[in-house]
Design a protein around this ligand. Structure first.
Ligand code: AKG
Ligand code: FE2
Length: 286
């Protein structure tokens, strides 16, 4: 096979062709891994995967880690989580909205996630796009003064869905006591150095930190002002890419260490059915 990657945005995102992810030689894998680190988000269309095959792709990247909420695991392959707004025998097929706000997966867990990958099973004619933002580009765009100000700062992150825990869509409403205990508030660096590329990126996320305690050892007023400034900066369109799925059979892989992402499934009308498989690999402690 000959792997080709075409860059789709200024600083990140590539579409990869010429590869069958289930039949990669060592050489193909090396090429794929290199373009992944260079582009941070890969789109690989025209794949034909079962949940087992998809799980196998995850294992090439690292140790597949199950989602801290177990309710929507694939019935036969629990490493694979179901994202879906479909129902079967009156029961939801998967989690309806896996995060219609800017975040990085498992950033609230002691060990975060390196890769997350999705595989499209059913895609509506419109809606359900996935947004990405390049947080290395966002960090690099700061002045040297701002970089000096934020380097070394830490913040408190906490796994949560909305401010309102009684909201029926809130994760708090369907997490078990044990799952809640496993997701306590946690300290994180505002700037993270990528363990494989050595590049720095912002590692604080608008959707995960809102309502949480803020920056460690900083007055609340100052912390809130700084977070608001960071969030405004990093959510500018110039750092973003909007991915339109187009149809089934596409693998999407992103690097949680240097990009954030956002689903748009909160706005998806119930007649627009969207079903995907999801896998995440275990990362280190930032
Ligand atoms: O549904 C999407 O577009 C993205 C969902 C998401 O945030 C995730 O799977 O981690
Ligand atoms: Fe996510």
């Amino acid at each position: 096979m000959s792997v080709t990657a075409e860059r789709l945005a200024d600083s990140f995102v590539a579409i990869v062709r010429g590869i069958d992810v289930q039949k990669m030689s060592e050489q193909d894998w090396t090429a794929l891994h290199r373009v992944y680190l260079e582009n941070k988000v890969l789109i690989i269309p025209d794949q034909d995967l079962s949940a087992a095959g998809f799980s196998g792709l995850g294992s090439r990247f690292g140790n597949v880690v199950r989602h801290p909420v177990g309710k929507f695991a694939h019935p036969d392959y629990p490493d694979v989580m179901m994202l879906s707004n479909d129902t079967r025998f009156g029961k939801p097929v998967g989690v309806k909205d896996a995060g219609s706000f800017w975040h990085s997966d498992r950033s609230y867990m002691h060990k975060t996630s390196n890769e997350t990958m999705l595989y499209s099973v059913q895609i509506p004619d419109e809606g359900g796009d996935t947004y990405f933002a390049d947080l290395e580009a966002a960090y690099e765009a700061f002045s040297e003064d701002m970089k000096a100000r934020i380097d070394g700062l830490r913040y408190i992150s906490h796994y949560r869905w909305t401010k309102d825990r009684n909201d029926p869509e809130s994760r708090w409403s369907f997490m078990t006591e044990e799952e809640r205990d496993n997701t306590p508030p946690i300290e994180r660096p505002v700037v993270r150095t990528h363990p494989e590329t050595g590049r720095k990126s912002l590692f604080v996320f608008p959707g995960i930190t809102t309502g949480v305690k803020g920056i460690v050892d900083m007055e609340t007023v100052e912390s809130e002002a700084l977070l608001a400034e960071l969030f405004e900066h990093m959510t500018q369109e110039r750092f973003q890419y909007r991915f339109k799925w187009g149809g089934p059979g596409t693998v999407l892989i992103w690097d949680n260490r240097c990009v954030m992402h956002k689903a748009t499934t909160k706005q998806l009308p119930p007649n627009k059915i969207r079903t995907l498989y999801r896998i995440s690999t275990l990362g280190g402690v930032p």
